[in-house]
Design a protein around this ligand. Structure first.
Ligand code: ING
Length: 313
């Protein structure tokens, strides 16, 4: 029997610094209801979906910084989203800033969860690839201080059974790294969900930043095709506190084709009928890892993180 998932991506327009959790949860509930009304059983929200993208600022007061974080999930302010999901019978991916006490210390992660149609959390992921800097950069109009506010994720890239298939998660910058998709691809993932906050001025090099939209879809389409998986990427977009961020939320098939794409820079729901067995057909042919990959040929002796010895001439 065909494994069909009716999925939605719920793009968010700007979240102002002044918006409360109540405000953002209200927007998320409205998007969830629209997704359900259009037949979706799963809706993918974005990265850090409960607040403005605060890593654009240097925040030196710890109490102020921690106001952007969730100490419980669900907590009193996010419980209405879980309640609505259970009432509607729809699952969701949600990105948020996580503050926990683990191993005897306060730890902060850029986190996402996967919640099933009964409102139960079935998966949790912590962002591995943190872009930007840990110290403010004098030359930048907007900072990008994820390395200052979050630790790299310590869960790796896992997959979970749900919605009739094998589900995976990542967050924003993770989508630019082939390893993200491959580690889940080697686990037989059928659908990878992710949210992103992607400013147009990240590097400060106009020739690179001018390709932000192209690189956004290139990363997700390549990851989908090369690992025979659906990819759903949901933006937080528009001009948020002066920072202009790319939209283009998309639902991408294992063929690499974009089957649905947002056209605004506001809250917008897009949907698609995702046949998970399309991925199976690619995994049985072109990307039959067991038949065609040569792991022994890929072994590199990497002496230090990120460095590869020069080729022997
Ligand atoms: N944001 C951006 C992202 O990876 C970025 C950072 C923007 C990197 C543009 C490269 C180019 O989409 C987050 N939050 O990771």
């Amino acid at each position: 029997m065909a494994r069909i998932v009716h999925a939605a991506s719920a793009q968010m327009g700007p979240i102002a610094k002044s918006e409360t959790r109540k405000d953002t949860v209200r927007r998320l509930v409205a998007l969830m209801r629209e997704a359900k009304g259009r037949g979706a059983e799963l809706v993918v929200f974005t990265e850090l979906a409960l607040t403005t993208f605060f890593p654009r600022w240097l925040i030196e007061d710890e109490a102020e910084l921690h106001r952007y974080f969730e100490r419980q999930m669900p907590g009193p302010e996010t419980q209405p989203l879980f309640d609505e999901a259970k009432k509607l019978g729809i699952g969701f991916y949600l990105g948020y800033a996580e503050l926990v006490e683990e191993e005897g210390r306060i730890r902060r992660f850029n986190t996402s969860i996967l919640v099933d149609g009964n409102g139960a959390i079935i998966g949790k992921y912590r962002k591995v690839h943190l872009p930007g800097h840990s110290e403010p950069q004098p030359s930048r109009v907007h900072q990008h201080l994820e390395k200052r506010y979050f630790e790299p994720g310590n869960y790796g890239f896992k997959v979970w059974r749900g919605f009739g298939g094998v589900m995976g998660m990542c967050i924003c910058n993770d989508r630019r790294w082939p390893e993200t998709y491959r580690v889940m691809g080697l686990q037989g993932v059928d659908m990878i969900m992710l949210g992103y906050n992607t400013p147009f001025d990240h590097t400060g090099h106009p020739d690179i930043d001018g390709l932000t939209s192209f690189h956004n879809h290139l990363s997700m389409q390549a990851g989908a095709y090369q690992n025979a998986t659906w990819v759903i990427g949901t933006a937080k977009c528009g001009t948020e506190e002066g920072s202009s961020m790319v939209g283009q939320s998309a639902i991408i098939a294992p063929s690499g084709e974009i089957v649905a794409q947002a056209v605004s820079l506001e809250d917008e729901v897009i949907t698609a009928r995702c046949d998970l067995d399309l991925g199976t057909r690619y995994r049985d042919t072109i990307f039959n890892f067991a038949k065609h990959r040569e792991p022994d040929a890929y072994k590199l002796i990497v002496e230090r993180k990120g460095s590869v010895p020069p080729p022997e001439v």
